[in-house]
Design a protein around this ligand. Structure first.
Ligand code: ZN
Length: 336
């Protein structure tokens, strides 16, 4: 049995012939296993979906309850038999419910890690390294220049800015699934206990995170209609980055535009977006996390996907680990 006989790239996504299923397919398929709820990984319209309970709930909230013909909840650490293959879900530390999927046949184990990170995140279970023969890794920030700072230090910079500019609203751009809740939960960890205002697009997912025991503290809708602009002086408002261009965002008093993203490492990106306070806060592994994780898995072979494959493939080769890019189409992660 060769690894390519267990998992291979198809136009629909990563396919397992012995188990007859796809992982994170980008087109509707009969049987899908899904790593996490971000839109490019979790799509509606599959015949059946196997995912963690949280990912199924998130898909239900985003697509409506009829998002798949049938669903089955995968429990972390429990092995399931799917035709000729065994699968086990393990936490990926990316967003609530995110999982790596280990696929095994005849003693050969491949781990498809989906998106992952190793940095601390109070909103989801931490990544667990899984020993395997082949490790499939993402490569969003796979260049040595990408080294994410300590997340707590980035949140401390936001808190400091709030103290420095008590008359200005702080408008924090954060993706609606994962990053927004992480920013809020980390502000609470840092001792920020005032009401945090959220854009309407975040309400459902924030409610869901809270129902799963992630404490977000007092939240209120950031609607200017029901409050005067002055009420937002010195306030934190969290919103999807796409809303910054809306009229909605211009109503707040002299806002400090902040953006929580791994891409904020690149000054030019922050500048282009008019971001005054870039917060380098990523839900993806940086270069050091990627190479540490490859070593942790003990994999003799690595398949690299979702991003900058070349540098990581090269690093593997230098370190005597077989590696190749795995070309999967249709992924542009919504949470960075
Ligand atoms: Zn993701």
């Amino acid at each position: 049995m060769r690894a390519q006989d267990i998992l291979r790239s198809r136009p629909e996504g990563l396919y397992c012939p012995p188990g007859d299923f796809f992982i994170d397919p980008v087109r509707p398929v009969k049987r899908a296993l899904i790593t996490h709820g971000h839109a490019d990984h979790a799509r509606a319209g599959h015949g059946s979906v196997l995912a963690t309970r949280e990912t199924l709930a998130i898909m239900g909230l985003r697509y409506g309850e009829g998002f798949a013909g049938a669903t089955q909840a995968a429990v972390a650490g429990q092995t399931l038999r799917l035709d000729g293959a065994s699968v086990t879900f393990h936490p990926a530390g990316h967003v609530l419910g995110s999982a790596q999927i280990a696929v095994e046949k005849d003693g050969l184990r491949i781990v498809a890690s989906g998106d992952y990170k190793r940095a601390s995140d109070p909103t989801c279970a931490a990544f667990e390294p899984v020993a395997c023969d082949v490790f499939i890794t993402e490569a969003t920030f796979a260049l040595p220049v990408f080294r994410h700072p300590d997340p707590a230090d980035e949140i401390a910079r936001l808190v400091k800015s709030l103290q420095q500019f008590p008359e200005r609203a702080h408008l924090v751009g954060a993706y609606s699934l994962g990053k927004a809740q992480r920013v809020i939960a980390m502000l609470r960890q840092a001792g920020y206990d005032k009401t945090i205002f959220i854009h309407g697009a975040l309400a459902t997912l924030c409610d869901y995170y809270e129902s799963e025991g992630v404490e977000l503290g007092p939240l209120a809708p950031a609607t200017v209609e029901t409050a005067s602009a002055a009420d937002f002086a010195g306030a934190v408002i969290v919103a999807p980055p796409s809303t910054f261009a809306d009229r909605w965002a211009r109503r707040f008093p002299d806002p400090v535009a902040c953006f929580a993203s791994g891409w904020m490492r690149i000054r030019q990106r922050a500048k282009q977006r008019g971001v005054e306070l870039p917060l380098i806060l990523s839900d993806h592994a940086d270069w050091d996390e990627l190479v540490a994780t490859i070593r942790d898995t003990g994999a003799g072979e690595v398949w690299v996907t979702h991003g900058r494959e070349e540098a990581l493939v090269r690093w593997c080769e230098i370190n005597a680990i077989a590696a190749r890019p795995l070309h999967l189409v249709g992924y542009e992660d919504e949470g960075d």
